[in-house]
Design a protein around this ligand. Structure first.
Ligand code: HEM
Length: 513
């Protein structure tokens, strides 16, 4: 009663004032809502909320929480807390991180027209000669031209048929080296990477430059480089350089501040690579002058790609060398590590190969009958995806993803590792279990794990990677038993741009009878 009486005593003026304030607040909230969700820069209306944010610090954003150079594990942990799509801030830049296959497909396919460009780190700008590569260019005419060249002369199905002889030689060499190793050191563990990587580099050089040279004189550096040094300069250094962090990437408004140690390091990698590539191109000219045509990528480019500048030719030739030499080795090494750790799965794979190939060597023609081998390959790509985060995409016009508004100027990171660890898609995702790829009538489906990306920018080398890795795993298991030493510990740490095993696989091998 008292309350009612008190209310009745509120003067009219006060009541009107309170009423007006309430109306003002409602209007303010309405306008704030419209501003936040209501319209994009093009004036188009949409009522989508912004992407959920991972809390960070003023100015620095989430920088201090990102300790690794390729933070796919942290991104995956955050996905469990903040959902399959969230946004982070690295200094002045905002980035949306996607860790779900469905939203990843939106980025790669349906919303591709709004997300088809790339914003490169300072290291990548230098190392890719400002996007002069198929994989790092924007989706434009240059991209389409060089992609056509690489597919026609190296990576497409017809070109892969032409280069078959190099793959067969490579596998024979790997096999011979392993047999020799066993003969000389029957009780010691073999380092598969050392043998496989070197042979893979040889294959990359033959496909691209026509020859796998033991050494070359590099005029610009006034030195003769042995094959190991060539590999270091063309593959190892740029792989490490690609993930070098320049703090100015996060604070572009400070780009005028010098960062000499970073600049010198990356510039040195660039000039050494350029010098070696120039020497290789020079060597090719001598070969052509002597009337020798080896039907390789350089032979094709010289006659068919006359619109490219010298710098573009150099980068176009270097690209398949670095791309062929790493990811396929990474996949094969992880597969052999898992097979050595899981003898029952290895036995089942051996039994399949024996039933299909008998006592003949496994060949590429057998692959369509080897569904368990395909499952081993797929599961390795899922559990140890060689490219855990797709090279960053850049949103160049307002769009939406996963039901959220994403403004122009945002970077998008697709965390493939996180997509392949999604609990609602994969049962016990931490477990390496090839069985999950059987009985799905899609054993040769290269795209289920999204390890090769998707849409218009999907990996151009997936066929080559599959052929080399599957035949590699198949022959290694057909010819040897692989075991880890009993004391070997679970080891899933990685190194470099891709997911190269931090510690190379060391396994005890025994030739099968
Ligand atoms: C298991 C091995 C491999 C994996 C997991 C892999 C993965 C990928 C991924 C994730 C992309 C990026 C797709 C995107 O941006 O959406 C890509 C692009 C590309 N990859 Fe691979 N890759 C592998 C092997 C190779 C090989 C052996 C080559 C060539 C020798 C190659 C050549 C390329 C090229 C040229 C692109 C750029 C395609 C484009 O932008 O249109 N890849 N790869």
């Amino acid at each position: 009663m008292d309350v009612i009486n008190d209310m009745q005593t509120i003067p009219l003026k006060t009541a009107i004032a309170v009423g007006c304030t309430a109306v003002a607040i409602v209007f303010a909230l309405y306008f704030w809502f419209l501003k936040s969700y209501g319209s994009d820069d093009s004036g188009q209306r949409n009522y989508l909320p912004p992407v959920p944010e991972v809390p960070g610090l003023p100015l620095l954003g989430n920088l201090l929480q990102l300790k690794e150079k390729k933070p796919y594990m942290t991104f995956t942990k955050w996905a469990e807390m903040y959902g399959p799509i969230y946004s982070i801030r690295t200094g002045a830049t905002s980035m949306v991180v996607v860790s779900s296959s469905d939203i990843a497909k939106e980025v790669l396919v349906t919303k591709f027209p709004s997300i088809s460009t790339r914003k490169l780190s300072n290291a990548l700008k230098v190392l890719t000669a400002d996007k002069t590569m198929v994989a790092m260019s924007d989706y434009n005419d240059y991209h389409k031209t060089v992609k056509r060249h690489i597919l026609t002369a190296i990576l497409g199905p017809n070109a892969q048929k032409k280069h078959r002889v190099h793959r067969d030689t490579m596998m024979d060499n790997v096999s011979n080296e392993l047999h020799t190793f066993f003969k000389n050191y029957p009780d010691q563990e073999v380092n598969l990477r050392k043998i496989f990587q070197s042979e893979l580099f040889g294959l990359a050089m033959k496909q691209t430059m026509g020859k796998d040279l033991e050494s070359i004189y590099v005029k610009d550096l006034e030195t003769t480089m042995k094959r190991d040094e060539i590999f270091q300069v063309l593959v190892v250094d740029p792989m490490m350089g690609a993930i070098e962090v320049d703090w100015r990437d996060f604070f572009p408004y400070l780009k005028w501040v010098p960062n000499k140690s970073f600049e010198n390091k990356i510039h040195q990698m660039y000039t050494r690579r350029e010098a070696v590539m120039k020497a290789l191109i020079q060597e090719h000219k001598k070969r052509i002058a002597s009337g020798e045509n080896l039907n390789s990528y350089i032979d094709y480019l010289v006659s068919e790609a006359q619109t490219l500048t010298d710098k573009e030719v150099l980068m176009t030739l270097w690209e398949p060398i670095i791309e062929s030499s790493d990811t396929t080795m990474v996949t094969t090494e992880w597969a052999m590590y898992e097979l050595a750790k899981n003898p029952k799965i290895q036995d089942r794979l051996y039994a399949e190969i024996k039933s299909v190939c008998g006592s003949d060597k496994i060949t590429e023609e057998n692959l369509c009958q080897l569904s368990y081998l395909s499952a081993v390959f797929q599961e390795t790509l899922r559990r140890h995806c060689p490219v855990p985060i797709i090279p960053l995409r850049y949103v160049h016009e307002n769009t939406d993803l996963g039901g959220y508004h994403v403004p122009a100027g945002t970077e998008v990171a697709i965390n493939i590792y996180g997509c392949n660890m999604e609990k609602k898609v994969w049962e016990n995702p931490e477990e390496w279990n090839p069985e999950r790829f059987l009985n799905q009538n899609e054993s040769m489906d290269l795209y289920k794990t999204m390890a090769f990306g998707g849409g218009k920018r999907m990996c151009a080398g997936s066929l080559q990677a599959m052929l080399i890795s599957c035949i590699g795993i198949g022959r290694l298991v057909q010819e040897f038993e692989w075991r880890l030493k009993d004391e070997a510990e679970e080891d899933v740490s990685t190194l470099g741009l891709t997911t190269q095993k931090l510690h190379p696989l060391l396994a005890v091998i025994k030739p099968r009878k």
